[in-house]
Design a binder for this molecule. Structure first.
Ligand SMILES: Nc1ncnc2c1ncn2[C@@H]1O[C@H](COP(=O)(O)OP(=O)(O)O)[C@@H](O)[C@H]1O
Ligand SMILES: [Mg+2]
Length: 578
């Protein structure tokens, strides 16, 4: 109470308007002295008031973009450039061929070279693509791609600048035999691009090449390294050929396992149940439609004229004939509220582009050479009421599956992906791990899963991936997403359980068969004495026949029930007795 009084005392009075030049030091000093402490006037505090650009913000908060720790920072750079290449190739319907080279420079910096065979960037866009944040071809579209925000490439340019003072060098061509090369930097104060040293020449190349020198980065082969990142990328992108040449000159090629270009991602319209007031205002204020009603029907999925009529009834005070750009916040809020009261058909899953069961199986076999693989692809669902998604989960057992632990043993390895882009960091807060954690592995005979040579492959497919941060390394714990991942894991866990128990039973049978075979020879030579007239060869043949026919029956059938097994055992015993 006391404090409130003081505030009102100092704030009422002759305070000049913000921006007025008549603020005198004397005015500022005239603030009250309370309990011997001189208060500071808000005018003095606000003399420090400044605007900042998004680029300045990310310079200060670079960890939000994944630039924290030397190894992780290099992985982030590789991730940003490689996802851009994959997105661009997918959109242009080109089979990606990506070449990454990492060199240690004598000054302690690293030179990173990323070349793709994609569509390239037209000259007039290169500055904004690589030197302006929140600019790109993806942010404003509701389309399933790896990039979403228009920050990644410029984040790389920023990181080069703030760690080496150098711009990024790039080479690009859109396939018209004209190649251009230039340096791109970002003016962090204004978030605007600076292009220099532009040259143009003719030659045969199509795609984009980025060459950057970076400080505060390090290359190693740890599980968080650029190398592991590319290996995981190859797993989720069997249609891509990815080459990495490390600082030692060692070249690794992740071969393309599949020759088909994935289907081009299709833009989707947002569903009314997935829209926030802020989204609605933004869309409306940028709309070219003349009426609010036609803006709604043409921009949102499942909004028909009859649904607009329903909206009109729920929001009687809103004029649906007015220009969408005149939509006020309170009105948008009312519309979003009304959206929630109307019955909608779920959004179409048409724009979703899963990797596919067959492809995942192929990729897991190709990279891990496992003894057993099973993949589950769930049908599409929605989260936040209106964003369609689906999950794909694969399980691989033995071969190169599993993660090498620090004590030298192998344990469960969870490979997480969002729209085929690997997520290497921040596993703790990710929807995928939340699902893994809550599985009762004991139910599937996999109680010891943490110590088994198992790789779990998990991919979220969505036109909007709810990342927990701009670094795009963890999927937020949306209830529906966690639930779907759980179901998918349970399906593949059940398959692995069946395989393993079948295998154990087969092994036990094989052992029993071997034990009996050991005696066949012995018995065969002894029996003529007992039987008298038959030769040992004839007897051996007959005995072998008995065992083969009965036991093969078991192998052919694979998994027998306990009763069937008992029955066959009985038959064998009877045969032998005979
Ligand atoms: N390798 C590439 N080939 C073609 N276009 C690219 C490539 N890399 C980046 N771009 C263009 O630059 C834009 C900005 O990239 P980026 O900052 O990573 O944002 P985002 O990927 O989130 O859109 C992309 O939207 C795309 O239009
Ligand atoms: Mg990107």
């Amino acid at each position: 109470m006391e404090q409130k009084d003081q505030i009102s005392q100092t704030s009422v009075g002759e305070i000049p308007k913000v921006g007025s030049e008549s603020i005198k030091t004397a005015d500022l000093k005239s603030t009250k002295i309370t309990a011997g402490v001189q208060e500071v006037h808000s005018q003095e505090i606000f003399s420090e008031f400044r605007e900042h650009s998004v680029a300045e913000f990310f310079k200060k908060n670079r960890q939000m973009l994944g630039f924290s720790g030397k190894v992780r920072s290099l992985t982030t750079l590789v991730h940003e450039y490689v996802t851009n290449s994959l997105d661009a190739c997918e959109e242009a319907k080109i089979l990606p061929n990506i070449y990454v080279k990492i060199d240690n420079l004598p000054n302690g910096h690293i030179r990173l070279y990323v070349e793709d065979n994609g569509p390239g960037i037209p000259k007039q866009f290169i500055g904004r693509a690589l030197g302006q944040m929140l600019a790109g071809t993806k942010f404003h579209r509701f389309v399933q791609q790896r990039g979403q925000q228009g920050i990644g490439a410029t984040g790389g340019t920023m990181y080069a600048q703030i760690t080496t003072g150098k711009p990024i060098h790039c080479r690009s061509s859109t396939g018209d035999n004209i190649i251009y090369e230039c340096d791109v930097a970002v003016d962090l104060k204004t978030n605007s691009p600076k292009i220099s040293n532009m040259v143009e020449y003719t030659g045969k190349y199509r795609g984009l090449t980025i060459i950057g020198e970076f400080g505060e980065v390090k290359y190693d082969k740890s599980e968080y390294s650029a190398f592991e990142y590319l290996k995981a990328t190859a797993l989720a992108n069997p249609h891509a050929q990815i080459t990495i040449v490390d600082p030692e000159g060692e070249r690794t090629v992740f071969q393309r396992a599949h020759e088909e270009v994935p289907e081009r991602p299709k833009p989707a319209q947002p569903h009314p149940l997935g829209v926030t007031t802020d989204d609605l205002i933004n869309y409306a204020h940028h709309s070219k439609e003349r009426k609010l009603s036609s803006f709604l029907t043409s921009n949102f999925a499942r909004v028909s004229d009859s649904k607009v009529e329903e909206l009109k009834k729920l929001c009687p005070s809103i004029n649906f004939d007015k220009m969408p750009r005149e939509l006020k916040w309170e009105e948008a809020e009312a519309i979003v509220r009304a959206f929630k009261q109307i019955k909608w058909i779920a959004p179409s899953a048409d724009p979703l582009r899963p990797i596919g069961k067959e492809q995942i199986e192929k990729a897991l076999k190709n990279v891990l050479q496992p003894e057993f693989v099973s993949v589950s692809e769930r049908s599409p669902k929605v989260f936040r009421g209106g964003v369609p998604f689906l999950v794909e989960v694969g399980i691989a057992y033995k071969g190169k599956a599993g993660r090498q632990k620090s004590d030298g043993t192998v344990g469960l390895d969870v490979k997480r992906f969002a729209n085929r882009a690997p997520l290497l960091f921040d596993a703790g807060g990710c929807a995928t791990m939340e699902a893994v954690k809550t599985i009762d592995w004991g139910r599937y005979g996999l109680k010891d899963i943490e110590n088994m040579p198992v790789t779990l492959f998990m991919n979220l497919v969505s036109v909007h991936v709810p990342y927990t941060s701009a670094g795009k390394q963890a999927i937020s714990n949306e209830e529906e997403i966690v639930e779907e991942f759980r179901y998918a894991i349970m399906e593949v866990a059940r398959d692995l359980d069946r395989y393993l128990s079948g295998k154990i039973r087969d092994e036990q049978r094989e052992a029993r068969k071997k034990a009996i075979m050991r005696y066949v020879k012995q018995i065969s030579s002894d029996l003529p004495y007992l039987a008298g007239e038959k030769t040992s060869e004839e007897l051996e043949k007959k005995l072998l026949h008995i065992i083969e026919s009965k036991y093969s029956k078991m192998f052919d059938k694979g998994r027998l029930t306990a009763d069937e097994e008992k029955q066959i055992k009985k038959e064998i015993e009877e045969d032998i007795e005979e």
